[in-house]
Design a protein around this ligand. Sequence first.
Ligand SMILES: *Cc1c(COP(=O)(O)O)cnc(C)c1O
Length: 488
Amino acid sequence: MKEEAPAPFVKFASGENIPLELHKVRVVQKLNLVPIERRLEAIKEAGFNTFRLSTRDVYLDMLTDSGTNAMSDNQVAAMNAADDAYAGSQSFDRFKDAVLEVFGKKYVLPAHQGRACENILAKAFVKEDSIVPMNYHFTTTHAHITLNGGRIIEILYDDATQISSTKPFKGNIDINKLEKVVAEYGADRIPFIRMEASTNLIGGQPFSIANMREVRKVADKNGLIIVLDASLIGENAYFIKKREEEFKNASIATILQTMCGLADIVYFSARKVSSSRGGGIATNNEELLKKMKHLIPVYEGFFTYGGISVREIEAMAVGLRETLDDTVISQSPSFIEYLVENLTKKGIPAVTPPGGLGCHVDAMGILPHVPQTQYPAGALAAAFYLVSGVRGMERGTVSSVRDENGNDVLADVELLRLAVPRRVFTLSQIKYVEDRLTWLYQNRDLIGGLKFVNEPPILRFFDGSLGPVSDWPEKLVAKFRADFGDSL
Ligand SMILES: *Cc1c(COP(=O)(O)O)cnc(C)c1O
């Protein structure tokens, strides 16, 4: 017998494995699918940067999973029972209980989102000349560490950024490299080792618990602490259950407790992990807590609200507990797996194995004729919006920085990320993405590069504007009309 498809996949009589929605839709939002001629105007107005589009012009918003996951009925209900108080809110007590139950950490400092936690962590621990080893950076993490005078060192295994792979845990830290970094710079210069669950920028790729145990050994040997970025921890736990033999029968609760138990500090963006807003930094270590705590009222708000409404704190508490439910955390990865497998069957290169967060399409593989200095991932994101109304995100050199000579630091990978927020899209919408991407792939020769028109000095991808190097967008529109007639 063939291996059984893991839930929520069910076998259809046709033989196909389909990720079935284990939820029903009770509140809906109307979407717009505007004609391609309007999309051309819109992407020009947006400076070929999908961040700058208005959702008025967007059909499926696959920019990010941040704050866009669907909330559950229980989360919405909990928001109505919020205890409005500046200090000592019972909503915060419920959040604290949830953090203990899910992450096994008894102290938690609330913050308004993930990067706010990073600000606190960097201010508390990172100094001039600090070295922060990590599996891979996240954009905002990189910014906070460098703004505080530190430097990041990425210590993934060499093949982790290979697009097509069968390695189940591409987010693993290379232990030899970690030991070398510690030996070279000395433990004194290392404020913490950072591990990011479902490593975002390389395609939502998980690390294994076996790897984290090895990192723990190195940390203990050298008196170092481990900081876990748990923003995408639910998906990482789901992949551990699916891919790590030791945990195949373990509950998600056990897996989460094991992961967090190996970290001294756990921080998270609740925008991702719990379908709400907010974030938090959790620990069991009073000394570490003391180093961070005084910064919360300076940057975030009082200790029991941290810059977010108590309604959101209630939603965070419920959302964190829902992370323990397999059917909740598997929803997004199963749709991603479905999409990635269907694309790769057609020869369209995407990051494999399928990860969390989104489907990551390989822009350098699709556009070998666009040099990295002309931003292939940015060009593909703009082109895909143009032909589909679907908004993805550039994760490549536009999201990188310039070096001291003003040259682009070329990204390791050029990806068009199509985020699949939890329980937001239907399978026919995913099929539409597959269809339009297939058409674009067949017409990939028409896509050209981009150049910066206006470039902000930091985190330039958010608000920078670019322009096409030729009239390729018009040519793409003409071909679309020739093939699809009057269709949207
Ligand atoms: C989104 C994200 C952050 C930052 O969180 P925000 O809530 O968007 O500020 C940090 N780390 C990872 C891995 C993320 O995915």
